[in-house]
Design a protein around this ligand. Structure first.
Ligand code: COS
Length: 378
């Protein structure tokens, strides 16, 4: 398998690079300082179709496969990881609705995403992150409706989403078999947005709590069947993890490019530090690992596009690429030295942004559980 891009991928990648260089990168540091959701920037990105890559063409989306999405998401995160996250999380929720939902649900949510609306993926809770099956947010059936009560935590885009894909349990004692998924419009009485997280990195993305107080949802907003919520969430997260691998690869590539640029200019001993073997070896290691991360990601994406279950491959891509991003950004700070530690240069932000990739969509320890489980079964 080689990394050869199609003409379409090259063109779309170049468009994203141009957009990021002109519309995002010059303003990223200010938004980062303020921890502000860049609504205007994201509006332009939506107009370019960057928020609806996996929505089918019949609903106005781009209908791209995972292989192409991985290429484009890498490029988006190369420019700015928070923007990339904000633009891709609705697609994670849609993944679930596309695979398990009704035609009406697909149309409702697919068209909403194409129109630039956000859909949150509300699975995590304050006391159940890694153990997704231990969710406490509950539901009961009542006539033609379901009634949801409880809270969700660390939900991307929650403050801006028009709809939430909410995973709730019929009975916590049922564990993974108790979860079901519901499409909940944000303006339904009883839905409220809670505290916004003040994060270390990825500060251009929004992360907030959600609360559900006797929220009544029509029965046709149940996605798939009752009790299938956990498997549906895991199936979507398999794809989400490929795309996390792609984004982490983008952050790492940016760290490498910033390091190379600086190392060619900085000459404390009369010649650029890029001529020093100590620096060259760091750069070589970064380049090796980035190539490997990109290949793992591409492998998982191609297998998924061919309809295979890719839990192991996606977990490998996610955990490896995010570990690479953390190492590459830390090394970039080292190469830039005092300037690397300063907000005057972009690499300290890359390092802060990279960290969460080892944590969200399943920590890298959880990914290793998934990988080991699959390997031991083989
Ligand atoms: N695709 C399809 N089915 C899956 C699946 C997947 N990726 N992963 C698990 N399942 C199925 C299993 O096959 C099993 O079904 P059966 O009982 O019919 O065989 C069922 O779901 C339960 O799976 P398992 O026993 O592996 O569940 P566990 O509770 O032991 O653990 C982990 C699952 C820990 C791997 C899971 O909870 C997880 O990924 N946690 C992290 C959650 C996460 O990523 N959160 C971030 C949210 S978004 S920021």
């Amino acid at each position: 398998m080689a990394i050869i891009l199609t003409e379409e991928q090259k063109e779309l990648k170049a468009l994203i690079r141009e957009f990021m260089e002109n519309e995002v990168i010059p303003f990223a540091q200010e938004y980062d300082e303020r921890g502000e959701f860049p609504e205007e920037i994201l509006k332009k990105a939506h107009e370019m179709g960057l928020g609806c890559m996996n929505i089918e063409e019949e609903f106005g989306g781009s209908g791209l496969n995972n292989e192409t999405m991985a290429v484009l998401i890498e490029e988006m995160a190369y420019g700015e990881a928070g923007v990339s996250t904000s633009l891709t999380v609705s697609g994670l929720a849609y993944e679930c609705i596309r695979d398990f939902g009704s035609q009406e649900q697909k149309k409702l949510i697919g068209e909403a995403i194409v129109a630039g609306k956000y859909i949150s993926f509300a699975l995590t809770e304050a006391d159940s992150g890694s153990n997704a099956g231990a969710a406490r947010c509950g539901y009961v059936a009542d006539g033609d409706e379901y009634v949801i009560n409880g809270s969700k935590a660390f939900i991307t885009n929650a403050s801006y989403a028009d709809y939430h894909l909410v995973f709730a349990t019929k009975d916590p004692a049922l564990g993974v078999r108790g979860l079901s998924a519901f499409i909940v419009a944000n303006d339904t009485p009883g839905v409220s947005r809670g505290k916004k997280e003040n994060k270390m990195g990825l500060r251009l993305s929004n992360t907030s709590d959600l609360h559900f107080d006797n929220v009544r949802v029509p029965k046709d907003m149940l996605v798939g069947k009752e009790g299938l919520g956990f498997k549906m969430a895991m199936t979507s997260l398999d794809v989400g993890r490929i795309l996390i691998g792609a984004a982490a690869t983008g952050i790492a590539q940016r760290a490498l490019d910033e390091s190379v640029k600086y190392a060619k200019q900085r000459s404390p001993f009369g010649q650029p530090i890029a001529t020093h073997q100590a620096v060259q070896f760091i750069i070589a290691d970064m380049a090796i690992e980035i190539e490997a991360a990109r290949l793992l990601t591409k492998n998982a994406a191609i297998l998924k596009d061919q309809g295979m279950r890719i839990s192991k491959e996606a977990a490998m891509a996610k955990s490896f690429a995010s570990d690479v991003a953390m190492r590459a950004t830390t090394d970039a700070v080292q190469i830039l030295g005092g300037y690397g530690y300063s907000k005057e240069y972009p690499v300290e932000k890359l390092m802060r942004d990279a960290k969460v990739y080892q944590i969200f969509e399943g920590t890298n320890q959880i990914q290793r559980m998934v990988i080991a489980g699959a390997v031991l079964k083989e």
